[in-house]
Design a protein around this ligand. Sequence first.
Ligand code: ADE
Length: 246
Amino acid sequence: MRIDVITLFPEFVETCAGIGVVGRAQERGLLQVQAWNPRDYATDAYRRVDERPFGGGPGMVMLIDPLRDALVAARAAATEPAKTIYLSPQGTRLTQEKVAEFAQRDRMILLCGRYEGVDERLLEHEADEEISIGDYVLSGGELAAAVLIDAIGRLQEGALNDAQSAQQDSFSDGLLDCPHYTRPEQHALGPVPTVLTSGDHAAIRRWRRKQALGRTWLRRPELLAQLKLGKEDEKLLIEFQQDTKI
Ligand code: ADE
């Protein structure tokens, strides 16, 4: 997969995409991230990329032309067509389902705004989708782009060392993840749940499912409400609810 990012802070995006799982995915040739700076496409002597808003008000608005020229250059860097996604708090909320859908694509272009935003005419003509990573305001789209690249990058086939771990992620089946433990088995902070050291794989699977259902019920009931639970899951959830009612 190839991701081109239009940003005034190319080093930030490239650094984020160069570390950890996503960095490794790039090294393995599973993912290519390239940043494009609209300032490189500014034509005036000051390399201006923003101007005061028409109608007055605080802040600055990003100019159409440097962004458009950077987009044109990014599009021309590969032959596959690419959807352009604008990151903003006004966009559709990002979910794991949406991340999984993006991860199937061969290519995408992320457009990061700064200041008060981007001239609306550019968005109308050039942006295919608008995505928000949450109901809060960042000072620019770069952190949101880095979030999106990380979430997409780790889903590329071969990016994670344990092939199962993406399937076991929180949200991949609509539930939160179960708790995890490692050595030592006995610690001043408490013991590890005995089932996990029992070697009984069916019991472990059952316990994990029960914890995932229970945590989702406690912490994110609205997620649980969207699911149609099977008989076994319902039984596990009732058990969890009875255990927690002591
Ligand atoms: N840019 C600023 N805030 C944002 C948000 N919450 N999501 C995506 N892009 C943004």
